[in-house]
Design a protein around this ligand. Structure first.
Ligand code: GUN
Length: 283
């Protein structure tokens, strides 16, 4: 069985090219989608993510605002900022970078974002719409996973998909999206007793458990599609996915690498969501 690498960087770039073309069209109407990103504190990883989001806006011609607030910001102050952005007509998407300092309750902030501007797809209304299959802004990483599978030429309908990990930001929404695409979905998590046995039945295996190199060839059915959502920093400073790539590629079919797989898709889907939100706002 020969493994093939799903090039997330290239697929993300293809999607961005499509967005650029739509932006050219929109420009003729004099309308520019706008994204606001709010960063509280100085978390180094968050600073990098926010810079990437700012750059993506710039590259694609979106209006953008980045609000960098001190780590001492109170919940009331952040709620006031969100309220202001909810009201701003030039802002179609609002993203409050997580994690937040401990004096701020994340849930209170997420709930305060207008659902039509919730480009993270984290608001309970967005989540509810996802569950019942109504139109909503989809969470970026899960939407990116589905897009990667489709653009790798893999048919999802009728397949058995196994998702390892049940987080609110990846595992749960990915399972729902795969179901929406007519896969039969099994969810595994840290307390699943026969995980290897279940994973080995997967035609499509999505791994988001947050443990470096957790899944090796012994979890994978020959030829299965493997999507690695993990991003783990090793002691030597290198990035590792949740899948042991060397081992997995001995048996799997199409597989996403880390880095260069799911990662580049997340910001691209954020930009896509912002465009969708903007088009909805402007009829
Ligand atoms: N921190 C890490 N990933 C994310 C994300 O997708 N959205 C937000 N808001 N914060 C994050």
């Amino acid at each position: 069985m020969t493994a093939t690498i799903i090039n997330g960087k290239q697929i993300a770039e293809d999607i961005r090219e499509g967005i650029r073309q739509e932006m050219e069209q929109l420009k003729t109407t004099g309308f520019q989608p706008g994204l606001a990103v709010v960063l509280v504190g100085e978390d180094p990883a968050s600073q990098v993510y926010v810079r990437h989001k700012e750059k993506a806006c710039h590259d694609l011609g979106y209006y953008s605002e980045v609000h960098r607030l001190p780590s001492t910001t109170s919940q009331e102050e952040l709620l006031a900022m969100v309220d202001q952005l909810n009201k701003q007509e030039n802002i179609n998407g609002i993203l409050v970078q997580l994690p937040l300092p401990k004096q701020i309750e994340e849930k209170a902030i997420i709930n305060a974002i207008a659902p039509e501007k919730d480009v993270d797809g984290f608001h309970p209304i967005s989540v509810g719409n996802l569950v019942i299959g109504d139109d909503s802004l989809l969470p970026c990483t899960p939407a990116g996973v589905i897009e990667l599978i489709k653009r790798a030429g893999v048919e999802i309908s009728g397949k058995h998909a196994v998702v390892i990990g049940r987080s609110n930001i990846v595992g749960k929404p990915v399972s729902l999206l795969l179901q929406r695409e007519n896969a039969t979905v099994t969810m595994c998590h840290s307390r699943t007793s026969n995980m290897k046995e279940l994973a080995k039945q997967a035609d499509i295996l999505v791994v988001a458990i947050g443990k470096a190199n957790f899944v090796d060839a012994s979890y994978i059915k020959p030829g299965a599609v493997v999507i690695d959502v993990g991003v783990n920093r090793l002691e030597n400073g290198k990035l590792a996915g949740d899948v042991d790539f060397e081992s997995a590629t001995q048996v799997c079919g199409p597989i996403t690498p880390v880095p260069g797989g799911v990662g580049p898709m997340t910001i691209t889907m954020l930009m896509q969501n912002t465009l969708v939100a903007a088009k909805r706002a402007h009829g």
